[in-house]
Design a protein around this ligand. Structure first.
Ligand code: ADP
Ligand code: MG
Length: 293
């Protein structure tokens, strides 16, 4: 490709809301055959809300929610914000948690009114040997089958409640996925979230393949495995936990609405956070490089 053609392509990208780190990026864009899509904040809006509250036998709902809101309050995670906001809307001021600790991709812990509280997914509770009664186990499965993320709340070694947190798919995601497939790309949904929620989102967006329950540090390995299979992989993501995978991918596309870490790691930024700009980027690179071959 001539430098002039690449520069023109880069300029055209900016008009389309695609910021390209360097002219050579267009070359990698053209070769891509697989596109890995992060779920939360990329395919979905990432704006989550607390949709259901379930308690174990004998547990006071307000107390459980107060502990959950307090322990999630210091976290930046969209799930945590939904829980803290939902608790505050229902209960008013929340107690302050101390000794807060975030375990990426699993959950949070902290001391609330002298009690050690955990909030997170099933695997997080299992690490702490927390027991879960049948009622809560059923509530979790039901929430996940509807596409929600179930968060367990536990203290003193026993799960006390399940909170369902729901997110909605972006209105443009399904169209973008269908156009990516029409361009011959294989879309794959990659998420740390549970299999049920991942499948529900994948189905709504028309994504045929799902890799779910992947810990943040394992997203890189998932991209690497596809590359070992001989695929040329683009990754689209928005979170801190996507940064390494964005760097590992042959082409990293970050959501302009996402975190700085993701934007720095990407080769290309979709300014408006609209997946359709990924389609524009691929068309643009094919056109730019196609004319000069
Ligand atoms: P994604 O890959 O969809 O962006 P993450 O890797 O950030 O998701 O998180 C994976 C899973 O870990 C979440 O779906 C949730 O079950 C759990 N989790 C992460 N952070 C929290 C938190 N602060 N509170 C409760 N659960 C959490
Ligand atoms: Mg995300």
């Amino acid at each position: 490709a001539t430098p002039t053609a690449l520069l023109v392509g880069t300029g055209r990208g900016a008009q389309l809301g695609i910021l390209i780190k360097g002219p050579e990026v267009l070359e990698s864009t053209r070769r891509v055959d697989t596109i890995v899509l992060d779920k939360t904040g990329t395919v979905t809006t990432g704006r989550m809300s607390l949709s259901e509250v379930h308690v174990a036998d004998g547990v006071d709902e307000a107390e459980m929610l107060r502990y959950a809101g307090a322990v999630e309050h210091p976290s930046e995670h969209p799930i945590a914000k939904a829980i803290a906001d939902g608790a505050r809307e229902r209960l008013g001021e929340l107690p302050t948690a101390t000794d807060f600790r975030n375990t990426a991709g699993l959950g949070v812990s902290g001391l609330v009114n002298g009690t050690a509280v955990l909030a997170g997914r099933a695997a997080f509770l299992a690490d702490w040997n927390v027991s879960v009664d049948d009622r809560l186990a059923l509530a979790k499965t039901a929430a996940e089958d509807q596409g929600a993320t179930a968060v367990f709340v536990a203290w003193d070694g026993v799960a006390r409640g399940v909170l369902a947190v729901s997110d909605t798919i972006k209105p443009t995601s399904a169209q973008a996925v269908s156009e990516l497939r029409a361009l011959g790309l294989r879309p794959i949904l990659l998420t740390g979230d549970n299999e049920g929620a991942a499948r529900a989102v994948a189905e709504a967006a028309g994504i045929p393949e799902v890799i779910a329950e992947v810990l943040p540090e394992d997203k890189v390995a998932a991209v690497g495995r596809l590359q070992q299979e001989g695929r040329t992989v683009a990754m689209v993501g928005d979170g801190v936990n996507d940064a390494a995978a964005l760097a590992q991918a042959d082409l990293g596309l970050s959501m302009g609405t996402g975190t700085d870490a993701a934007i720095e790691a990407g080769d290309l930024t979709l300014v408006r956070g609209d997946l359709r700009a990924a389609v524009d980027a691929i068309r643009l690179s094919r056109r730019t490089l196609g004319t000069i071959r």
